[in-house]
Design a protein around this ligand. Sequence first.
Ligand code: SF4
Length: 474
Amino acid sequence: MHYVGKELNEECAVFGIWGHSNAAKLTYYGLHSMQHRGQEGAGIAVTDGKHIYDHKGLGLVNDVFDHAKLEELSRGFAAIGHVRYSTQGGNIYANVQPLVFRSQKDSLSIAHNGNLVNAHKLKGELEERGSIFQTTSDTEVVAHLIKRDYADNFIESVKHALSVIKGAYAFCMLTEHQMIAALDPNGLRPLSLGKLGDAWVVASETCAFDLIGATYVRDVNPGEIIVIDNEGMHSDFFTNRTEPAICSMEYIYFSRPDSNIQGINVHAARKSLGRMLAQEAPVDADVVTGVPDSSISAAIGYAEATGIPYELGMIKNRYVGRTFIQPSQELREQGVKMKLSAVRAIVEGKRVVMVDDSIVRGTTSRRIVGMLREAGATEVHVRISSPPITHPCFYGIDTSTSSELIASTHSVEDIRELIGADSLVYLSVEGMKEAIGRNPAMKNCGQCLACFTGKYPTEIYPDTVLPHEKEVLV
Ligand code: SF4
């Protein structure tokens, strides 16, 4: 899903399974299918009904787990897992999830996808009341909140903690006796519920269900808390103040094309975005090509709607390591060439429509346009299947600060010139909403549009921390 130089990064995926003798291995497979959502750390926690056991580490799921490690976890009949993305400097072992908190009485393990906007504030308050934090992760704040008033009713304590935290959260939690799934009141991140025989499964994306042979049951609702134990599945709400606002970028870029988010297939949504883009921004050209992998569906939609043939004008070399670990700009430029190539036989002498899903800083687009011209394209028309990203995301997507977002400081014409395209058109906000095809009766069709409009579905606090800033906080 991610290719080199892509400037948007997802912040994680969660997975959970209750009531299966192969819980750890199935969690491993589930995490593997969602590896595109985070490549820097992975972990699994299991319970055998008496204790919680866990293993986690830095790197890909395959790097962290081997046969022996999974065997050690095989005593669990329930498991939760997590894959994690983090930015420069902050990729420390202590922050890899699931986080496990042990006490004499019992244990709690937490996997979190999203970003809390009041974590900094809550952390300050908790520290004043004596809490000591081991990580720079906002997830630890939730554990402290739960444990603080863990009176006699654990679930009530979880519900209270969920109502105090603000922002984006899809949680999977595990104790010795139950698994909990919960989603923030806006449902900013996806979270689905499935079944595998008698076992219950929870995952950030439905592609995880397909891989392990589970059946999709439904999506977790905004503001809902689902408790699964040996008695079965129980649903409740920790708030009635809900307003659906799922991240639009899940459809546009992050999720896997074979996943369905709230009944809409991601590939179908992207094709529809491409068709809408063709309606809004047609152009005379010879071939349409999409930037691999996430823009291919939109490019196919654009080609279908315009009748211009879709061609594989660019290919991705899948066996090159990620380039953001290479320090110098020069090496990063080399990295792009190593990872993406224009296909000369397709683009030479042709007027090319290059469909991409987004422009963040603009550097990647400039390189790709240059690559197509070097390969002989006579014209390069860039079509973006999302509106301009003008505002930072506080909900778990690393989009950088406003000043780094090219569309927050430059006009579309300026951006066209900077990336060296013959023409540049973005999809409109209205076109995007219509193309994705969610419920038009809901506010913004039930989507978060904040990075395009600056209107955030939650309160943003003066000390709200961006995902990549969080990592350097102590
Ligand atoms: S601000 Fe943008 S990237 Fe962040 S959750 Fe909203 S739509 Fe998604």
